[in-house]
Ligand binder design. Structure first.
Ligand SMILES: Nc1nc2c(ncn2[C@@H]2O[C@H](COP(=O)(O)OP(=O)(O)OP(=O)(O)O)[C@@H](O)[C@H]2O)c(=O)[nH]1
Ligand SMILES: [Mg+2]
Length: 569
């Protein structure tokens, strides 16, 4: 259309005065036009025609893309933060578009290094908390005449964090238990909070009730156990004495590993322009949807960085960043020694910290990852943690299976509460929702540590089931992280302690899964605007093999429903 206008103008310019077209008259060259002016005018007309062609082609392309998208199958991945949405997406890519998945391998190397550094950082924090708390440990009357130690009279920020119980391998993990408070028809009423793992008895715990009001509560006690006022200040005091099994060797290791700490921020800066790199609630690096982090990370991973500097791929010019790969490799043995040390493990256990439950946990693989020529395996990529912000669109062309060559769009969303309003615009244009709900009955939300994770998942599920915009959408529920549920139950953690209505049913995986599955099924049945089938799968999406088998079934089911809805079958 645009090109027709310009060609008409160019033609008119060439044959000015040859007809009565008013446009041609307006565009006609002046009668006394020189040869040079004519040449310049014709050149401009040709350029205008070229631009016009380009615009026409763009419009055609957009129309085709719009048509393609309209016909394509669209899936929305929903669920709370850390439920496994992005991991499910990676499984889709690995199963149905493996070439594309593997083309991003280099980008994930940097993220996995970041994940490893983050775990080391957390490990060092726990050791610091341990050393801090030994300085404030109270002792009883044997020392009652001793003056208070100046080191014990105030609390360090680390010790304060430790007391608050808000930090652990998985930040929500060490919260004192809170029972799930679901709507009346869901689970039972909340029960009073009680102590759990992190309140492991300390050798001096029994003395705490008498500790002085001038001294902070000992960090090994949950906040609820800490006395508000001292009843007998004269019977106890705090002095500096060693209660920790950690030794000078541990201090030396910690000292050497501190070199890793600045790398996290430096890598994040190198990966992304400031507007795209964001720090998550747990202080982790995350990126906004649509940012070019994969390109930047690939460049960073393959740039063969010099020891002391790197040209940043984000176009911000030169900045000096220690080569993370070399620094990590230099620290490899120290990280392995510290992580495998039985005393360190005992301290972690006593403090109720399970680093292995942290998203993006790679400490067990340090010897393999902290090397100069590390290349991530498929499993590493699937297990890597990068928080999603906003909504990411991923387009697939199916390489095999039903309807090969068909186009699929998968939308991966950020699951934390502040991200949820961004989901709604996608509701009226998707055929299926895969809803991920880990049965983390003993964990709290990171963004609101008062809210139990299963409670949050169930109330989200209720909203999805009852939403009118989604009345015709296929809902597929993944009860995810079954491997973690299995380990939690095997560790003797009882569901009834957090979900009183669970009662005295057996605390095994079959009964627990059935209990929660029935809750989800009940809401699906009761709240769906029209009757629709309830699809549910028990998944551990970090297990790529079993997930691939599940996804083949899911894909065929969605395809069939889609074809039925457009009356093809
Ligand atoms: N053990 C285990 N870990 C899992 C499972 N599913 C996901 N994870 C891990 O949990 C972490 C969080 O998974 P993600 O897929 O990033 O979670 P998400 O739902 O995309 O989270 P947001 O982007 O914050 O909304 C990652 O480190 C995953 O490797 C699972 O079934 N078992
Ligand atoms: Mg995600």
């Amino acid at each position: 259309m645009a090109s027709k206008l310009f060609s008409a103008a160019a033609e008119a310019a060439g044959v000015a005065g040859a007809n009565d077209d008013p446009l041609a008259r307006v565009l006609a060259p002046p009668a006394d036009e020189t040869a040079e002016a004519r040449a310049a005018r014709l050149e401009r007309a040709v350029e205008a025609q070229r631009v016009s062609h380009e615009i026409d082609e763009d419009i055609q392309e957009s129309k085709k893309a719009f048509e393609r998208r309209k016909k394509a199958i669209k899936i929305l991945l929903l669920g709370q933060a850390e439920s496994g949405k992005s991991t499910t997406l990676k499984n889709f890519q690995l199963a149905f578009s493996p070439q594309h998945f593997r083309s991003e391998r280099a980008a994930w190397r940097t993220i996995i290094q970041l994940n490893l550094i983050r775990s080391v950082k957390r490990l060092l924090e726990v050791l610091d908390e341990e050393w801090d708390s030994e300085l404030t440990a109270p002792v009883k009357s044997a020392l009652k005449s001793a003056p208070s130690s100046p080191t014990a009279s105030s609390s360090s920020p680390r010790a304060a964090r430790s007391r608050s119980g808000s930090r652990s391998g998985s930040p929500s993990r060490t919260r004192p238990p809170q029972s799930i408070a679901l709507p009346p028809s869901a689970l039972a009423n909340p029960a009073a909070g009680s102590s759990r793992a992190h309140a492991i008895a300390h050798p001096h715990a029994s003395t705490s009730a008498a500790s002085s009001s001038h001294h902070p509560a000992p960090s090994f006690l949950p906040p609820s156990s800490a006395p508000r006022h001292a009843s007998h200040p004269s019977t106890s005091t705090s002095v500096r004495f060693s209660t920790t099994p950690l030794t000078d060797t541990h201090r030396r290791l910690r000292g050497r590993l501190r070199v890793l700490l600045p790398l996290e921020a430096a890598l994040a800066r190198a990966l992304l322009p400031p507007d795209d790199a964001v720090t998550g609630p747990a202080g982790d690096v995350c990126v906004r949807a649509g940012s070019a982090w994969k390109g930047a990370a690939s460049v960073l991973a393959s740039s063969g960085l010099a020891v002391n500097g790197v040209n940043l791929p984000n176009g911000k010019g030169k900045e000096h960043v220690d080569d993370p790969t070399r620094t990590l490799a230099a620290c490899k043995d120290d990280v392995v020694t510290l992580w495998e040390d039985p005393v360190v493990r005992a301290v972690l256990k006593r403090r109720g910290v399970r680093l292995q439950d942290m998203p993006g946990f790679f400490l067990n693989d340090t010897a393999r990852i902290a090397t100069l020529n590390y290349q991530p395996t498929d499993d590493d990529i699937v297990r890597a943690r990068l928080r999603t912000l906003g909504v990411e669109e991923h387009r697939f062309t199916m390489e095999s299976g039903g309807l090969p060559g068909s186009e699929w769009y998968i939308y991966d969303v950020g699951g934390s509460r502040s991200n949820r309003p961004h989901w709604i615009p996608f509701f009226d244009d998707v055929q299926a929702i895969i809803f991920l709900a880990p049965l983390a009955f003993n964990l709290m939300l990171e963004e609101d540590p008062r809210v139990n994770r299963v409670e949050d998942s169930i109330s989200l599920w209720r909203e999805i089931c009852g939403n009118g915009l989604l009345a015709k959408t296929t809902l597929i529920l993944f009860l995810n992280k079954m491997d973690i549920l299995q380990a939690t139950l095997a560790a003797g953690i009882r569901v009834a302690k957090y979900v009183p209505s669970y009662g005295d049913q057996p605390n095994d995986i079959q009964h627990v899964t059935k209990y929660f599955r029935d809750k989800f099924r009940g809401y699906h049945k009761r709240l769906s605007p029209h009757t629709r089938p309830f699809y549910v799968h028990e998944t551990s999406v970090v297990d790529t093999r079993s997930t691939a088998a599940i996804l083949v079934g899911v894909r065929e089911g969605i395809l069939r429903a889609h074809l039925q809805s457009v009356n093809v079958i």
